[in-house]
Design a protein around this ligand. Structure first.
Ligand SMILES: C[S@@+](CC[C@H](N)C(=O)[O-])C[C@H]1O[C@@H](n2cnc3c(N)ncnc32)[C@H](O)[C@@H]1O
Length: 214
């Protein structure tokens, strides 16, 4: 992996190295070795600057967390947060991941988070949406039976598209809200950077939690 684009990135990477997993394919089926324990493992695809995942990790030392983020400037911020909070139960994969099943074994993931995934509004880019059935098939391979996918977005179109993809996939929707913060659902307790921004602008946050594999 190359980090040269960002000024001072090399020094930062050295300091934050312990939080990054390079060559994640090597750990497929044996992530417990990375953490030194076999606690349940949760994954966030597109974790951004890591506000949501680091807070989850802080509240739940009994679980392990992996954030995947392809943008260098952004994933460095996420690792910085983890470092400042002295977390030992979180790691990051600093790349755009197209096929999570190449990095995680069957049933290795307990639960998956998708927060404000890029909507790719043009129809011809639909395959890039992290809730496209191509990705759902990938998640289905790595989630344990009964494992959940939790998804938040501000976009009505992205939410409707995703709901249809989940239903066509045969997923069971466990929780759903078109205005999460006006609902009693616990998913509103920990927010993401994008969620805070959209809430400030008065946008209702759409949310669902589903089981892909019964
Ligand atoms: C709109 S931002 C949302 C960030 C954060 N989840 C939040 O709610 O504040 C979406 C992020 O997902 C990342 N992303 C999109 N597709 C990805 C992929 N396949 N692998 C890793 N990161 C991805 C983008 O780089 C971007 O930082």
């Amino acid at each position: 992996m190359r980090y040269r684009r960002v000024k001072g990135a090399t020094e930062k990477i050295e300091r934050l190295q312990a939080y990054f997993v390079t060559g994640p394919e090597e750990y497929r089926g044996r992530w417990s070795e990375v953490f030194g324990n076999d606690h349940p493992l949760f994954l966030e695809m597109g974790c951004g600057k890591g506000k949501f995942l680091t807070e989850l990790a802080r509240r739940h030392p009994e679980y392990n967390y992996i954030g995947v983020e392809g943008q260098e400037r952004v994933f460095l911020r996420a690792a910085q947060r983890a470092h400042e909070a002295e977390l030992s139960n979180i790691r990051f994969i600093g790349q755009f991941l197209q096929r999570p099943s190449e990095c995680f074994g069957p049933g290795e993931i307990e639960g998956l988070y998708l927060n404000f995934s890029d909507p790719w509004p043009k129809a011809r880019h639909a395959k890039r949406r992290l809730t496209h059935h191509r990705y759902l098939e990938e998640y289905g391979k790595i989630l344990k039976p009964g494992g959940t996918v939790a998804f938040k977005t501000d976009g009505d179109g992205m939410f409707e598209f995703s709901l249809e993809e989940f239903r066509d996939f045969g997923a069971t929707i466990l929780e759903i809200s078109w205005d999460l913060h006006a609902s009693p659902l616990k998913a509103k307790e920990i927010t993401t950077e994008y969620e805070d921004k959209f809430r400030e602008w008065g946008e209702p946050i759409k949310y669902m939690k589903a089981v892909l594999n019964k």
